[in-house]
Ligand binder design. Sequence first.
Ligand SMILES: [Zn+2]
Length: 75
Amino acid sequence: MSAVTSGRAPVWFLRSYKDHDTHVAASVAVDIGTVTSRCGLTFTPVLHPIDGNPARLTAPTDELQICPRCCGGAT
Ligand SMILES: [Zn+2]
């Protein structure tokens, strides 16, 4: 298992601002800046418009943006 999620709350990344496109990170490749999600996608997260870091959330603010497959595996 990944050190990212084991024993911690899920970390969510925006793949895009579309609906159902915010995912739980299963692992993060810090050196190349990609995230592999719980549902099996590998993507470069959306960068925060202000600080330029990947938009990382402790909890999604908008349920419509949550990936149902990642959400279903979260509990
Ligand atoms: Zn997902």
